[in-house]
Design a binder for this molecule. Structure first.
Ligand SMILES: [Zn+2]
Length: 243
């Protein structure tokens, strides 16, 4: 029997996941590019989706300090990108640290699902528990639907409702390039935590089985922490939820 090394990836990532100083660019050989920058004390992956018009969507901006903020701004500017939308997979503090900066810099307020409002409302207490600072958060631009599509230029992102790690967690699926921005639902050989307030373990397992494992096997998953993976790899190797 194959021995699988189990890695439980908490919200605070173990130090073995080094902060990526370089921007990781996943060119999907489609007219959308996926860029990733890793930010903050939780080493959270922020994603920047770029279309062929050089417009971009910012997802889960976790930039925490001045150096993170500078890296995000430099990246956007040096690539000549125009941020047009700010969206979140879910609203844990490590995914929203950069909201205020994004709002002040590009005038974008966040979109997230209504069920995650409770996480936004308790974010500053949550940050205090970790001894971290949380600046005043901009109000929502609007709530994302739990299903449907998000249009941006000629591109469409399909919204997959995947509760469990957070009550209103959604993933963003770009079918043409076979990519999912998957937040903290599933990681390479691990799954999202469910021992925090407002989590539900069974919901998380159901979300993975019904929404993620039902996608084509070669779809790549771009998680909120750690390296990317694929649907097939997790179905065959993930010790928490086998497909
Ligand atoms: Zn989370």
């Amino acid at each position: 029997m194959k021995v699988i090394k189990i890695e439980v990836l908490p919200i605070i990532c173990p130090s073995k996941y080094k902060i990526l100083k370089e921007t990781v660019i996943f060119d999907k050989k489609y007219n959308m590019k996926i860029h990733s920058l890793t930010f903050g004390p939780f080493q959270e992956n922020t994603y920047i989706l770029e279309n062929d018009q050089k417009e971009c969507i910012l997802i889960d901006p976790g930039c925490y300090d001045e150096s993170d903020r500078t890296r995000l701004k430099d990246f956007i500017e040096s690539n000549g990108l125009t941020p047009v939308k700010l969206i979140n997979t879910h609203c844990h503090i490590d995914h929203i640290f950069g909201w205020n900066f994004v709002y002040e810099t590009w005038g974008l307020k966040p979109y997230y699902t209504e069920k995650d409002q409770v996480l936004v409302d308790t974010a500053s207490q949550h940050a205090q528990m970790y001894g971290l600072e949380m600046s005043a958060l901009p109000e929502a631009a609007g709530y994302l639907p739990e299903q449907g599509t998000l249009d941006w230029g000629t591109e469409k992102l399909e919204i997959l409702f995947c509760p469990g790690h957070a009550p209103g967690h959604v993933c963003f699926y770009h079918a043409p390039s076979k990519a999912v921005i998957s937040g903290d639902v599933i990681f390479r050989l691990s799954i999202g935590r469910t021992d925090l307030p407002h989590c539900n373990h069974q919901d998380l397992i159901d979300s993975i089985k019904e929404k993620i494992y039902s996608l084509p096997g070669d779809v790549e998953l771009f998680p909120g922490h750690g390296p990317k993976t694929t649907v097939d790899f997790e179905k065959q190797n993930n010790p928490f939820v086998m497909g």
